[in-house]
Write a protein that binds this ligand. Structure first.
Ligand code: AMP
Length: 173
């Protein structure tokens, strides 16, 4: 499925370090038809869900989260890397392959009980999205699904996220 889209995802070996096969989405974004096909296909998967907000993850998640929020007619919440959000935040630390990372969200970004979709470009180990799920749960969000353009199935992210919400991905590798 979606071979046309897959043909516009570039594999870059050993980026950002040896052993990682980086999925470069820039060729897909640069092509107007492919970009539209991606957003329309994700929209089709999500349009029947009752959603109040999309929470999207810094930075490539915004490329898909923002147009989807516009199309679905819901709000957009920015989950950002540490130190970028100006008002009061909650933060969550998570493990990367080497070292740790911190993501943050504004404390008033979500009201208790609001239905939220989390959107990022790619699911690998699930660590990043798990941290986002934790943050949004602390705010009282009802997480409806975790949504990705790309899922690297062998890395087991879907399993890591199942305690929070089902995973929806357009392209699986
Ligand atoms: P993870 O927390 O392991 O699920 O990693 C997901 C995050 O890291 C996403 O925000 C991706 O943008 C990025 N990422 C991880 N692995 C790759 C990869 N092979 N190609 C492109 N981006 C990746």
């Amino acid at each position: 499925m979606y071979e046309n889209i897959k043909n516009h995802i570039r594999n870059v070996p050993d980026f950002p370090k040896k052993g990682i096969l980086f999925k470069d989405i820039t060729p897909a974004l640069e092509n107007a038809e492919i970009f539209a096909e991606i957003i329309n296909a994700l929209y089709e998967l999500l349009k029947d869900k009752k959603i109040d907000k999309i929470a999207s993850i810094d930075a490539r998640g915004y490329l898909f989260g923002a147009p989807l929020a516009y199309k679905l007619g819901c709000g957009l919440v920015l989950v950002r890397k540490a130190g970028k959000l100006p008002a009061e935040t909650l933060s969550e630390t998570y493990d990367l392959e080497y070292g740790k990372a911190i993501i943050e969200v504004h404390k008033d970004a979500v009201n208790k009980g609001e239905k939220v979709l989390i959107v990022d470009d790619l699911l690998a180990t699930g660590g990043t999205t798990k941290a986002a799920c934790r943050l949004l749960q602390k705010l009282g969000a009802d997480i409806v699904a975790n949504v990705f353009l790309i899922e690297l199935s062998d890395l087991g992210g879907r399993k890591v996220l199942e305690e929070f919400a089902p995973t929806i991905s357009l392209l699986q590798y």
